[in-house]
Ligand binder design. Structure first.
Ligand code: FAD
Ligand code: 2HG
Ligand code: ZN
Length: 469
């Protein structure tokens, strides 16, 4: 990396758009869990698509790799550079404008660095809903959501980020700008190129803006916290709720007791809604775009029916939005709470919903056999088949001893996932963390085709190398 390139990058983004001081760069070089750390020649923060294109073109000319970064909330190390000190981190956080909101077309056009919550708020201000919802929404960006095809808690009703996207603007690895910002729900003019960039984790280009779908605002909501005997009861309860509430069922999350206990221990103000301990819990949400007075009644009828069939052991329905928020905080607090218990080994997996009960039973048994006393922190978006099969060390054992088992324990979970026709990444992506093992779990023809696409878009391998493939 030459001082010359840094000087030319500074000319493109302006003096305040380039950081090369190691202290100031630090926050861009480590993820929030301190699980991945790298070094960089510089962090550039362009303020426009033209500046992104200028940065990418200069880096290409100099043979320097670019690592796109949004809110740096990712869980697989995808936004963290390697340790060569030669890569340039391209942060999109200055590009956060809402470019347009077309209420009649039900679309919003936003820049990639817009924080998810600000997009939700802009939609709400126009009486609309942008339904992507996840624990990191106060800091993650739309660009990061697109690049990881983020899921979250609304997938059951509204789909993943991919399902919410109509158009993209992308700076390609050679510096050209592809303007695919079309707000069309129908467009059959050949290959759907935007899909290639969604979920590509920044390996095919830098997303600079997107046209996203909006939905009618939610005007009524009912939220319940439910104690269950096990995952089979959860799957059966989803069936009961679907029967009574149809597509008003917008959220269904599951949590093992172990997961909830961590939040109760580490999150101030968290309170167990029940006096007794139960092995599993579910958080259920119904919502409607009409001001339906009887939504609480629907959830109560469904829970009553489930109770009669032994699917539900106890339940509480939130009496007001503050109570609903407290129940959601119990769920959303797990990721953070687990960090206080030493290494959290994360496994973001998915299997068909119908197979989850057998999958959990078999996988738990294998894990407990491998490490007696291991704490299995299973929770997630069971309504769409996605579990976070996270692990914490046995109480009283050492961090390093547990970390040394990480690879073998991951194999236990991923082998089981494969046996149940699942995928080893549901919503977080591959990044650095699963790049080395994906070949063991994905069809070799699919991987060949992916490598071919990478070669076509980025023949010099300068766009987020060392990630995904
Ligand atoms: P970053 O972490 O900055 O980057 C992620 C990846 O995207 C990297 O590979 C990066 O190179 C690439 N990238 C970023 N911006 C661009 C761009 N403009 N163009 C091209 N590539 C780009 N994820 C879920 O799916 N569901 C959840 O429920 C969920 N909950 C979470 C809860 C918490 C508390 C936390 C900390 C994280 C959670 N995540 C979840 C993970 C994370 O928030 C998401 O992956 C999010 O989409 C990442 O956005 P980001 O802007 O932080 O991206
Ligand atoms: C969630 O659903 C996130 O809370 C984070 O996807 C999961 O930290 C995790 O493993
Ligand atoms: Zn999740």
């Amino acid at each position: 990396m030459t001082a010359d390139l840094i000087g030319r990058l500074r000319e493109v983004v302006g003096p305040s758009g380039l950081i090369s001081d190691p202290g100031e760069m630090a926050g861009y070089l480590t993820d929030w869990r301190n699980a991945y750390t790298g070094t960089a020649a510089a962090v550039v923060r362009p303020g426009s698509t033209e500046e992104v294109a200028g940065v990418v073109a200069l880096c290409r000319e100099a043979g320097v790799a670019v690592v796109p970064q949004g809110g740096n909330t990712g869980l697989c190390g995808g936004a963290i550079p390697d340790s060569s000190g030669r890569q340039v981190v391209l942060s999109l956080t200055r590009m956060r404008r809402i470019r347009d909101l077309d209420a009649a077309n039900q679309t919003i056009t936003v820049e990639a660095g817009a924080v998810l919550q600000s997009v939700q708020e802009a939609a709400a201000a126009a009486g609309r809903l942008f339904p992507l919802s996840l624990g990191a929404q106060g800091s993650c960006t739309i660009g990061g959501n697109l690049a990881t095809n983020a899921g979250g808690t609304g997938v059951l009703r509204y789909g993943t980020t991919r399902d919410l996207t109509l158009g993209l603007e992308v700076v390609l690895p050679d510096g050209r700008v592809w303007n695919g910002l079309r707000g069309l729900r129908k467009d059959n003019t050949g290959y759907d190129l935007k899909q290639l960039f969604i979920g590509a984790e920044g390996t095919l280009g830098v997303i600079t803006a997107a046209v996203l779908k909006l939905f009618p605002a939610v005007r009524s909501r009912a939220t319940a916290w439910v104690a269950l005997p096990g995952p089979q009861a959860a799957v059966d309860l989803i069936g009961v709720l679907r029967g009574l509430a149809g597509d008003r069922l917008t959220g269904f999350e599951i949590m093992s007791r172990q997961s909830v206990e961590l939040v109760l221990r580490h999150s101030s103000g968290a309170r167990d809604p029940f006096g007794d301990r139960h092995p599993w819990y579910a958080l259920v949400e119904l919502s409607d775009s009409l001001p339906v007075a009887g939504l609480d009644g629907v959830i109560e009828s469904a829970l009553g029916e489930a109770f009669e069939h032994g699917l539900v052991v106890d339940a509480v329905v939130a009496a007001n939005p503050a109570q609903a928020a407290a129940l959601w905080a119990l769920r959303e607090g797990i990721s953070e709470a687990q960090n206080h218990e030493g290494p959290s080994l994360k496994h973001d997996v998915t299997v068909p919903v119908s197979r989850i009960p057998a999958f959990v039973e078999g996988t738990d048994r294998a894990l407990e056999g491998a490490v007696p006393g291991i704490r299995i922190v299973t929770y997630g978006h069971i309504g769409d088949g996605n579990l976070h099969y996270n692990l914490s060390k046995p109480v009283g054992s050492g961090d390093e001893e547990f970390r040394a088992r990480a690879g073998a324990l991951a194999r236990v979970i991923y082998d089981s996932t494969r046996a149940f026709d699942g995928s080893i990444s549901a919503e977080h992506g591959l990044g650095q963390s699963k790049r080395g093992i994906i070949a063991d779990y994905k069809d070799s023809l699919e991987l060949d085709l992916m490598r071919g696409l990478k070669q076509l878009f980025d023949p010099r391998g300068l766009m987020n190398p060392g990630k995904l493939l």
